[in-house]
Design a protein around this ligand. Structure first.
Ligand SMILES: [Zn+2]
Length: 147
């Protein structure tokens, strides 16, 4: 059953990531699903060139994406320090968590309430951590905590 769920999860992930990339459509046809997913993390809020640098750095520094997944996020962050500034290095956490979500299940589920995140939202933001309601609630909590 677990493997069936995982296949469904991977299909869902691939579908939203493909839609996510449709408008920009960089030359990524030869990339695997995991590479699409990792690149989706890299390019979120970043210029394409910066995303490409981070992506290529991970590809050359690690044996495979499985190795990235089991590496501590701060170590991945350090390995990026040569090619990326602080904001780009922050992608390390997102990338490791995304790889874990695909591997362990839970891709596309809200981390706060556990409900499935709307597909439209995932298409815009494949690695959204929260559904839209929880995102608002979390932002509200952060705003309140800042005072
Ligand atoms: Zn939620």
């Amino acid at each position: 059953m677990a493997s069936k769920n995982r296949a469904a999860l991977v299909n869902k992930a691939l579908k939203v990531v493909k839609k996510h990339f449709k408008p920009a459509a960089p030359a990524v046809k030869d990339r695997s699903l995991l590479e699409h997913l990792v690149f989706a993390c890299c390019v979120e809020n970043s210029p394409y060139e910066a995303a490409e640098r981070v992506f290529q750095s991970l590809k050359s520094d690690y044996f495979d994406w499985n190795e990235v997944r089991v590496t501590k996020p701060y170590e991945v962050r350090e390995s990026l320090s040569a090619v990326a500034d602080g904001r780009e290095q922050g992608k390390a956490e997102v990338i490791v968590s995304a790889l874990q979500k695909i591997n362990e299940g839970g891709f596309g589920d809200c981390e706060r309430c556990g409900e499935a995140i709307a597909e439209k939202r995932l298409e815009a933001l494949p690695f959204a951590r929260y559904c839209i309601e929880c995102q608002r609630a979390v932002e509200e909590e952060e705003r309140t905590a800042a005072h």
